[in-house]
Design a protein around this ligand. Structure first.
Ligand code: KG4
Ligand code: ZN
Length: 339
């Protein structure tokens, strides 16, 4: 038997559906949207349209891959927010229609909490033991950079957040200045592997507490390039790998400095990584090294669960289902959503 949850994710530019049976992932289908590439960023109107085109085929494929039919599903979990409202509306409306037709409950999920919950998925890619409560999570995505104390499956406290740009935004905006396609994070990662991260120095923020700031780094990177391009118009071409590596080194340094402080002050000994930027190979390596040094236990998610996906929505939905946290019929998505 077991509980079968269908997860739906449509908060930004990935349409995704996943099926989970208890904690075991049966399928996770993600359709990206190439339509934004030529604009150098996500165009909200185009994203909503692409979700509308993708959602039914993506759900269909997720059910097929899981080898179940819609009648086997116990509940549908969907991303209520935060995200682009038009994109969220597609997933929410689909969920309402689908659950009404089948007369099953729907479960609202916070996208950010869901990123953290990937650590509880059981699958071929992740068969290790999950973190125990409480643990600290460094949640780094395109829209958010947070330090979260995870107290249980539902109670999470944000102790630090970015006051301006997110880490993923810093990657993407600086990548654009290097002439790289959107989203630039993975391209910076690839180039950085062949570059010297200590060659160039950029400004690091000086803000108190556990909060982050990345807009100063972006400005410092912009001015640095502008000054050097005046002297040599081919500066970026000649130094792209070292620029990418130095940028990545600085972002990781900023992230880990605050994390180190948070680990010390909270006394927590387990740290988990989550969000799209958790795919960064430099960050994954640096966090493991930091954990060895600090004698912390470290939890790094499989690559396929770092960027947006519905497996994370389904696993969060599974735990909410156990508590009977069901959404009412008049639920609407939220562009900003807190926890
Ligand atoms: O979590 P996510 O898929 O979407 C949001 O909820 O924002 O994160 C997307 C972000 C983008 O900024 C993207 O550039 C970044 O994650 N990203 C990376 C890598 N893969 C994705 N950043 C650095 N290195 C990577 N390998
Ligand atoms: Zn995300």
């Amino acid at each position: 038997m077991g509980t079968l949850i269908l997860g739906i994710e449509s908060s930004c530019d990935d349409t995704s559906a996943a099926v989970i049976k208890d904690r075991q992932l049966l399928s996770n289908v993600v359709a990206g949207q190439d339509v934004h590439r030529k604009y150098g960023g996500v165009v909200p109107e185009l994203a909503s349209r692409a979700h509308q085109q993708n959602i039914v085929p993506v759900v269909d494929m997720a059910l097929k891959k899981a080898e179940i039919t819609k009648n086997d599903i116990d509940a549908v979990a969907f991303t209520r927010g935060p995200g682009l409202l038009g994109s969220l509306l597609v997933g929410t409306s689909f969920t309402k229609g689908f659950t009404t037709a089948l007369d099953i409950p729907m479960i609202e999920v916070n996208h950010l909490q869901a990123h953290i919950m990937v650590h509880f998925i059981q699958s071929k890619e992740s068969d290790s033991l999950p973190p125990r409560f409480p643990f600290l999570c460094l949640l780094v995505s395109g829209g958010h950079s947070q330090l979260v104390v995870v107290k249980d499956y539902h109670k999470m406290e944000i102790i630090g957040r970015t006051i301006d740009d997110a880490a993923g935004e810093a990657f993407d905006k600086c990548a654009k200045l290097l002439g790289l396609p959107y989203p630039g994070g993975p391209h910076v990662d690839r180039l950085a592997q062949a570059g010297d991260g200590l060659r160039f120095k950029f400004n690091k923020p000086r803000i108190g507490g556990f909060d982050y700031s990345f807009s100063g780094l972006k400005t410092s990177f912009l001015y640095f390039l502008r000054d050097h391009l005046k002297e040599d118009p081919e500066f970026v071409e000649k130094n792209r790998k070292d620029l990418a590596a130095s940028l990545q080194y600085t972002i990781i340094d900023i992230l880990l400095n605050k994390l180190r402080r948070a680990m010390k002050e909270t006394g927590i000994r387990q740290v988990a990584l989550a969000g799209g930027v958790a795919a960064n190979s430099g960050l994954r390596k640096a966090l493991k090294a930091e954990a060895d040094k600090g004698n912390w236990e470290v939890f790094i998610p499989p690559l396929s669960y770092t960027t947006d996906n519905a497996a994370m929505i389904a696993i969060t939905g599974y735990y909410r289902y156990q508590e009977g946290y069901f959404a009412s019929d008049d639920i609407a998505p939220l562009a900003r959503m807190y926890f």
